[in-house]
Ligand binder design. Structure first.
Ligand SMILES: NC(=O)C1=CN([C@@H]2O[C@H](COP(=O)(O)OP(=O)(O)OC[C@H]3O[C@@H](n4cnc5c(N)ncnc54)[C@H](OP(=O)(O)O)[C@@H]3O)[C@@H](O)[C@H]2O)C=CC1
Ligand SMILES: CC(=O)[C@@H](O)[C@H](O)COP(=O)(O)O
Ligand SMILES: [Mn+2]
Length: 382
């Protein structure tokens, strides 16, 4: 029986993780849950899964739930609460499924406590990949990718030495505006941007997918997870999201991982790794029904966010921290109707241009840069 702490339990990945756990109750139990403000759903999850510790965003909600559920469950709140759930003694595996760089400190806490990490929260690796991977090496902790592309690459690599890898090829759906020109992006609405063609996901990642920043963040995520140089990471547009990613080896063998687009598949694999469990709940892939799969070259003039991400990743130091923080603020501002879709890119580009890179930043330096970028951009948006 693996005991799971789940950060971001009320979100898209969080609820699908609980689906997987519920369907495999003889293999997994939930010892910790952490979420933000969706208290109604948190209440249902607590009732169903009876965790030992729960964290929510606000103190008042934690107090209310403590009174409702009594002292047999520990309730806490805020970032400290996320950290408590992440390092809860009983947990074997921590699923990191909060959105954004708020996941960094809890992820480091889980690693320092020796927990296996099932990592969905890509922003953590983007903002401080060098710290996270160094901590994982130091504490001999496995980071198992949940993100579909990285779960695919992880399986295609199958433990093979990275010296035989010529290229990682990440697939990108093209997002909600794949078939629009740049000129047609002026004036697009939040509702249109949130209509992802293949995946039902949280709002932030769905907007990232529409700007292609999601793939940019994933390139940086792949760099850290698989210790591969940026020159060896390519992206191809594949509108069906059936091939989740590929590895090309030096001998020109290309291994791809395919499957119907259902995040419960990589979530389950991250939880069962190195074993596999049957998953009859997910539709079988029927290629003859699909008929054709499409591939197209990604044009960075159409998707400048890709260039920002490659440039920030290659520059290293605090540049990816700036990229991520600026993107988080810009996407939130777009979702709140404060800026237009195309202004997301403008804000990120300006933040990157105005920043002077710091090399080998410490956690405190990363937090300071993250804070500074957010403060500056939030004042522009309000
Ligand atoms: N959705 C997907 O299919 C995929 C997602 N990912 C990655 O997984 C992560 C989660 O994505 P997704 O599930 O879509 O996001 P959602 O927005 O659906 O869910 C986010 C979760 O994080 C919680 N949360 C957000 N901020 C805080 C905070 N400050 N403190 C505590 N909890 C917080 C939310 O709580 P509440 O709602 O209660 O406020 C919610 O439970 C992201 O990093 C994303 O990039 C990667 C691949 C695929
Ligand atoms: C399901 C998943 O892993 C998402 O990150 C997905 O990849 C988003 O799709 P695109 O970014 O390719 O549109
Ligand atoms: Mn992905």
């Amino acid at each position: 029986m693996k005991k799971v702490s789940l950060l971001g339990s009320t979100g898209s990945i969080g609820t699908q993780t609980l689906d997987v756990i519920h369907a495999n109750a003889e293999h997994f139990s939930v010892v910790g849950l952490a979420c933000g403000t969706n208290i109604a759903l948190a209440r249902e999850q607590i009732t169903t899964f009876r965790p030992e510790i729960v964290s929510v965003a606000h103190a008042a909600d934690a107090k209310m739930l403590q009174e409702e559920f009594g002292r047999s469950i520990t309730f806490c709140h805020g970032v400290d609460g996320l950290v408590e759930v992440a390092r809860w003694q009983e947990a074997d595996v921590v699923v990191t499924a909060v959105t954004g760089a708020v996941g960094l400190v809890p992820t480091l806490a889980a690693i320092e406590s020796g927990k296996t990490i099932a990592l969905a929260n890509k922003e953590t690796l983007v903002t401080a990949g060098h710290l996270v991977m160094a901590a994982a090496r130091k504490h001999n902790v496995a980071i198992i990718p949940v993100d579909s592309e990285h779960a695919a690459i992880f399986q295609c690599l199958n433990g093979e030495s990275r010296t035989t890898v010529d290229r990682l090829i990440l697939t990108a759906s093209g997002g909600s505006f794949r078939d629009r020109t740049r000129a047609e992006l002026a004036g697009v609405t939040v509702e249109q941007a949130l209509a992802h063609p293949n995946w039902s996901m949280g709002a932030k990642i769905t907007i990232d997918s529409a700007t292609m920043m999601n793939k940019g963040l994933e390139v940086i995520e792949a760099h850290w997870l698989f210790d591969i140089d940026y020159d060896k990471i390519d992206v191809v547009i594949h509108q069906e999201s059936i091939i989740h990613s590929m590895v090309e080896y030096v001998d020109r063998n290309v291994i791809a991982q395919l499957g119907t687009p259902d995040m419960r598949v990589p979530i389950q694999y991250a939880l069962t790794y190195p074993d596999r469990l049957a998953r009859p709940q997910t539709e079988r892939l029927r290629l003859h029904e699909l008929g054709t799969l499409h591939f197209a070259k990604l044009d960075t003039r159409r998707y400048p966010a890709m260039k920002f991400a490659y440039d920030a990743g290659r520059a290293g130091g605090t540049m990816p921290t700036v990229l991520n923080a600026a993107n988080e603020v810009a996407v939130a501002a777009f979702l709140q109707g404060k800026i237009s879709f195309l202004q997301i890119e403008e804000m990120i580009e300006r933040a990157l241009t105005e920043h002077t890179r710091m090399d080998h930043p410490t956690l405190e330096e990363i937090q300071a840069v993250d804070h500074e970028v957010r403060k500056k951009l939030q004042s522009v948006c309000s």
